[in-house]
Design a protein around this ligand. Structure first.
Ligand code: NAP
Length: 270
């Protein structure tokens, strides 16, 4: 089996590192010379030309969200009709409707950091993480199985979801929280004393404010409607928490959150 990885940033680089040394050929494509040199430690097949992936059986497109559609279009003239092509973009709905002359299955690894580019990548990034794939009615079970096998080799667990439902869900647990983290930080800048006193609680609450700027902007652009809906739901939650059932509500929240995370911090909820 020959697997292509296009764009070797945090996610593409981590995928290359996680799949390196396994029983298949890897083709790594990057526009950056320094990255290509570093990628040579993980596969002999590196190139700055995307046509290098033309004989691949499976291709992972790991470009920024705003470049993914364009890259999927370019692949139409390069890969065979039997090739399984996936992407890793954090928003899925806008990519799912177009029919492709290859086997396209959208995907999104639920793992990341605020850092970017190959230097930030790690073979451990996907270990214990969920990895969503968004097949459609036309997707063959065999192709899902093939993709599942490769994804599981990174240490991730596969989850199947509808692309639009995925976008609503990630707005709630990732995109809206990022915006809120940014808003909390911005609000705190009203007081120099608050910033001086801020300790680990504030640091943890605002970690997502460090999200890579291009990714943050793309999430707002491509999942804006769902983020807006999630903000409205947050506003309802803020109001409902401030009533007399406060203690019961936060007791239930604490119990669920405790069940969700393992000691290593991974979400173990099925
Ligand atoms: P990243 O570290 O910035 O990597 C993106 C890579 O895409 C760059 O290193 C570059 O690779 C390539 N690239 C940049 N601009 C491009 C352009 N104009 N045209 C073509 N290629 C370009 O970002 P990332 O975090 O890996 O994000 C990549 C994808 O993963 C995004 O779709 C994002 O939604 C998704 N994702 C991110 C996270 C996260 O937490 N960061 C989590 C899950 C999914 P080369 O220099 O090698 O060409």
């Amino acid at each position: 089996m020959r697997i292509g990885i296009i764009a070797l940033g945090l996610i593409g680089g981590s995928l290359l590192k996680a799949l390196s040394g396994k029983d298949f050929e890897l083709v790594a494509v990057s526009r950056d010379k320094t990255t290509l040199k570093a990628a040579k430690s993980y596969t002999d097949n590196v190139s700055d030309d995307i046509s290098a992936i033309k004989d691949c059986d499976m291709v992972f497109v790991c470009t920024p969200i705003s470049k993914t559609s364009e890259m999927l279009d370019k692949l139409e003239k390069i890969v065979s009709e039997d090739c399984i092509v996936t992407d890793v973009a954090s928003v899925k709905g806008f990519l799912s409707s177009k029919k492709r002359p290859y086997k396209f299955i959208g995907s999104h690894p639920m793992a990341g950091t605020e850092n970017k580019r190959f230097k930030a990548s790690s073979p451990e990034l996907f270990k214990g993480a969920k990895w969503v794939i968004t097949p459609t009615i036309d997707t063959m079970i065999d192709d899902i199985e093939k993709l599942k096998n490769i994804i599981e080799m990174t240490g991730a667990d596969l989850i199947l979801a509808d692309a639009n439902e995925h976008d609503e869900a990630v707005a709630l647990i990732s995109h809206m929280p990022m915006l809120v983290a940014q808003a909390i930080f911005k609000t705190a800048t009203n007081s120099d004393l608050a910033l001086e006193l801020a300790a680990s609680g504030f640091r943890d609450m605002t970690r997502l404010a460090m999200t890579n700027t291009e990714l943050a902007q793309d999430m707002m652009t491509y999942n804006g409607q769902n983020i807006k809906k999630a903000c409205n739901m947050l506003s309802d939650s803020l109001s409902s928490l401030q009533d007399k059932s406060y203690v019961d509500t936060i007791t239930a929240i604490k119990a669920l959150r405790e069940r969700m995370y393992s000691t290593e911090g991974k979400n173990i909820l099925k």
